[in-house]
Design a protein around this ligand. Structure first.
Ligand SMILES: CC(C)(COP(=O)(O)OP(=O)(O)OC[C@H]1O[C@@H](n2cnc3c(N)ncnc32)[C@H](O)[C@@H]1OP(=O)(O)O)[C@@H](O)C(=O)NCCC(=O)NCCS
Length: 143
């Protein structure tokens, strides 16, 4: 298993492919909401790619917002879940944010994933709200 910050257009395309399968095809998020202006190389977001023996299977991105590392688009292909890869992705994104000076991390967690983020030290900070047709809560963590 390998986790790395994305630095090439080829790897960014692999990340988009994972996100399309997970968010658009599996979770039915509208494709026009899935990709946004942060999805470029050398922009505000740092993207990561996790690869195993089957190829690229996981991704996520982080950027600094008001001193927080804001984590988004965390996705593991369905067949690769429950192997600890999600934890590896979050840890890498936290490290990237901390290296840029973030003291805390925040994310909008899908309600089904609250337990996943709680295991990684995040706590719920909001009521449930809707985004892209999916129930979410704000969660934060001290880095
Ligand atoms: C949420 C997601 C990223 C988790 O990835 P994963 O690789 O399966 O998670 P891990 O194997 O690293 O799990 C780490 C721990 O969290 C637990 N966990 C994983 N998913 C969980 C869930 N949905 N609810 C509660 N606990 C969960 C695991 O059992 C594991 O616990 P352990 O350390 O005691 O063994 C993955 O299910 C996914 O991509 N889902 C679809 C996209 C999505 O919803 N992304 C999140 C948007 S907010």
């Amino acid at each position: 298993m390998d986790i790395k910050k994305i630095t090439t257009a080829e790897d960014l395309e692999k990340a988009f492919s994972i996100r399309k399968k997970v968010f658009v095809e599996e979770q039915k998020v509208p494709v026009e909401e899935e990709i946004d202006g942060f999805d470029v190389l050398d922009g505000d977001c740092e993207h990561v790619l996790l690869t195993d023996d089957h190829g690229a299977v996981g991704t996520g991105r982080v950027r600094l917002v008001d001193g927080y590392g804001k984590i988004q688009r965390v996705a593991i292909l369905i067949e690769a879940r429950k192997n600890g890869y999600g934890k590896v992705i979050i840890t890498k994104l936290e490290q990237l944010a901390a290296a840029r000076g973030a003291k805390k991390a925040k994310l909008d967690a899908q309600v089904h994933a609250i337990g996943f983020y709680e295991k990684l030290g995040y706590t719920v900070q909001s009521e449930v709200f809707m985004d892209a047709g999916i129930e979410h809560v704000l969660m934060t963590k001290e880095l």
